[in-house]
Design a protein. Structure first.
Ligand SMILES: NC(=O)c1ccc[n+]([C@@H]2O[C@H](COP(=O)([O-])OP(=O)(O)OC[C@H]3O[C@@H](n4cnc5c(N)ncnc54)[C@H](O)[C@@H]3O)[C@@H](O)[C@H]2O)c1
Length: 385
C-alpha cells in the first residue's frame, strides 16, 4: 500500500493531488482497526471519496487517542479531512477513535516513527503525545524528560528529514511557574516549578531553534485547563487515575467511596482554594486548526496562551457541579501539593486577535454540562459494559 501511495504522490507537499486508486482505498479500509460498524465503513469511504475527488490532505495527530487529541481528530474529520494517529495507548483509549488509521507505536521508537513519516505525505502534525501529570512528574522526572523531550525531538527530526513543514505543539501554562500577574500573557517570565513544565519549556525552546535552522514552521499553544466534552458525547475526558478536577468531582458523585480531595484551603485566593481557567476542549481544538491556517500563510515560530480568561476556585467548581448534577459532592481537605501555582488564568488576547480565535463556550456551566453528559454516558455505556 505504501508503494501505491508513493506512486500517486506528487513532489508538492501542500494540496497534493492523488489519483483515485480503489485498491489503495480498500487496503487502507481493511488495514484500519476502527471500522466496527456499517455506518463507519460508509462514512470512511465518503471521506475517502471526497478526498480523492478533490485535493487530498492528510494530517497526523500524535496522542490522538488521548482526551484533547481525540477531539482534534474528530474536529478534522468533521471537516472531511483525513487523519492518521500515532499513539502508544499509555493513557489513550481505542474507543476514542473512529475512521482513521492508527499507528500503535511509541514516539521513542525512532525506526517505526521514521517509517511512518517517510511513507506518508503529511500536510501538518498536531503533537499532543506527552506525559502530563504534574504530581507524577515530581516523582518520575527522568521519564518526563524521555517522553516529553526525547520523544518530541525524535518527531521533530523525522519531520525535518521528511520535509514535513508544519507542527502545532501542545504546551502548557505550567511553563510559567509562579504567577506574577492576574492574567498570564505570552511575555510572562517562564520559570517552571515542576518537571512537567520544565520538559515542555525545553521542547518549546528546541522547537524555536529548529524553526530558525530548517524549513519548518511551528505554533506553540499553551493551554490552561482543558475541560468539557464534544457535544455528541461520543468522546470526552477519561484518565485512570483521574487527576483533573471536573472528572474527579464526577467520579466522586458516581462512586461514593471515591471521595474528592481538595489540596489546600489556605492559598492566597478568595476562598483559599486554587484558582484555574477552564477552556472547553472544542474551543481548544478550533484554536489548533486556526494555528494550522496561520502556518499555511506565515513562516516562523508563533506562541499563544489559550484559556477562557476567567478564574474559578476549586470550591466554585464544586458548587457549579452540584447545581448541574443536582447531587452533593463529598470532599475532604488535604495538604497543598508541591509544584502547583495557586492562581492560573490566561490572557488569550494574542490568539483572539492574531488567529481570529473566538471562544464559543464562555460559560463555565455550559462546559460542565457537556462534561457531565459525557461522563454519564462513559459510565453507562463504556466502563460498565
Ligand atoms: N488536559 C489538559 O488540561 C492540558 C493542559 C495543558 C497542556 N496539555 C497538553 O495537551 C496534550 C494532551 O493532553 P491530554 O489531557 O489529552 O492527555 P492524554 O494523556 O489524555 O493524552 C496523551 C496521549 O498521548 C499518548 N502518548 C503519550 N506518550 C506517548 C508516546 N511516547 N508515544 C505515543 N503516544 C504517546 C497517550 O497514550 C495519550 O493517548 C499533552 O501534551 C499535555 O501536556 C493538556
Amino acid at each position: 500500500m505504501v508503494i501505491a501511495e508513493r506512486l500517486h504522490t506528487t513532489p508538492f507537499r501542500t494540496r497534493t493531488l492523488r489519483a483515485p486508486a480503489p485498491m489503495v482505498l480498500c487496503l487502507k479500509a481493511w488495514e484500519s482497526r476502527t471500522l466496527p460498524g456499517l455506518l463507519n465503513v460508509k462514512s470512511y469511504f465518503t471521506i475517502k471519496l471526497i478526498n480523492v475527488l478533490f485535493y487530498f490532505m492528510k494530517f497526523l495527530v500524535t496522542g490522538g487517542a488521548g482526551y484533547i487529541g481525540s477531539h482534534m481528530v474528530k474536529y478534522l474529520q468533521d471537516k472531511n479531512l483525513e487523519v492518521d494517529v500515532i499513539d502508544n495507548f499509555s493513557t489513550g483509549n481505542r474507543w476514542a477513535l473512529r475512521n482513521c488509521k492508527i499507528y500503535e507505536i511509541d514516539l521513542l521508537n525512532n525506526q517505526a516513527l521514521c517509517d511512518i513519516l517517510s511513507s506518508n505525505d503529511y500536510e501538518a502534525v498536531f503533537h499532543f503525545a506527552a506525559s502530563s501529570i504534574v504530581n507524577d512528574s515530581l516523582i518520575n522526572a527522568q521519564e518526563y524528560m524521555q517522553n516529553n523531550v526525547t520523544a518530541s525531538k525524535n518527531l521533530l527530526n523525522g519531520l525535518i528529514k521528511n520535509n514535513i513543514q508544519k507542527i502545532i505543539f501542545s504546551s502548557t501554562a505550567a511553563v510559567f511557574g509562579s504567577i506574577k500577574s492576574i492574567k498570564v500573557n505570552e511575555k510572562h517570565p517562564k520559570n517552571p516549578i515542576n518537571p512537567y513544565g520544565k520538559t515542555k519549556l525545553i521542547f518549546e525552546e528546541i522547537l524555536s531553534e529548529k524553526v530558525n535552522e530548517f524549513n519548518l514552521s511551528a505554533v506553540i499553544l499553551r493551554y490552561f485547563n482543558a475541560a468539557g466534552a464534544d457535544h455528541s458525547a461520543i468522546i470526552g475526558e477519561y484518565h485512570d487515575p483521574e487527576t483533573h478536577l471536573i472528572p474527579s468531582i464526577f467520579n466522586s458523585l458516581i462512586d461514593s467511596k471515591d471521595i474528592l480531595k481538595i489540596y489546600g484551603n489556605n492559598h492566597n485566593t478568595r476562598d483559599g482554594t486554587c484558582i484555574r481557567d477552564y477552556i472547553h476542549v472544542n474551543d481548544l481544538v478550533n484554536a489548533h486548526y486556526l494555528a494550522y491556517i496561520k502556518l499555511k500563510n506565515n513562516k516562523g515560530c508563533f506562541d499563544y496562551n489559550l484559556g477562557n480568561g476567567n478564574g474559578f476556585s476549586v470550591l466554585e467548581i464544586i458548587r457549579a457541579c452540584e447545581l448541574i448534577t443536582k447531587k452533593k459532592v463529598n470532599y475532604k481537605l488535604v495538604g497543598k501539593r508541591a509544584g502547583e501555582p495557586e492562581h492560573l488564568v490566561a490572557d488569550s488576547s494574542k490568539a483572539i486577535s492574531d488567529l481570529n480565535w473566538k471562544i464559543v463556550h464562555t460559560e463555565i456551566n455550559e462546559i460542565i454540562k457537556s462534561a457531565w453528559k459525557w461522563h454519564t454516558r462513559l459510565y453507562n455505556e463504556i466502563i460498565n459494559t
